[in-house]
Write a protein of this length. Structure first.
Length: 135
């Protein structure tokens, strides 16, 4: 099985409230567990950033559904590649809540016009996630 890791960022069409995030997480955990998809979701008040890992077909199908979701726009792939091991093998969908470092990353690598620097944001985010996944 080819294991794929996909990292994307998107802009919410409305301010993101905790109950919105809770609903997304609940549905994601249920759906992802059935397809052996793992990952983590982070957000601030405007942006989502999510890393998902799993079988090539399942990840591609999931990303197609994500891009069709009308709760957000400007869905941008930051990183897409095969990996040997999962960062989040035990999380059907983890959540990093109110994380100042993630907020700083989003503010640093997404300018006021919404333009994303995908390479820098991807590298910084994956480095951070690698550190916390081993804790």
């Amino acid at each position: 099985m080819q294991l794929i890791q996909l990292l994307y960022c998107s802009k919410s069409l409305n301010d993101i409230k905790r109950e919105d995030t809770d609903a997304i997480l609940s549905q994601s955990r249920k759906n992802n567990a059935a397809k052996n998809i793992t990952g983590v979701l982070c957000n601030n008040e405007l942006y989502f950033i999510q890393l998902i890992e799993g079988n090539y077909r399942h990840i591609n199908d999931l990303y197609t559904r994500i891009t069709a979701d009308n709760r957000h726009t400007k869905t941008t792939i930051l990183s897409y590649h095969s990996v040997n091991n999962r960062l989040f093998a035990n999380w059907s969908m983890g959540y990093i809540d109110d994380n100042h470092y993630v907020n700083d990353l989003l503010r640093k690598y997404i300018d006021t016009s919404g333009t994303i620097d995908p390479e820098l944001l991807s590298n910084a985010f994956i480095n951070y996630m690698t550190k916390i996944s081993t804790v």
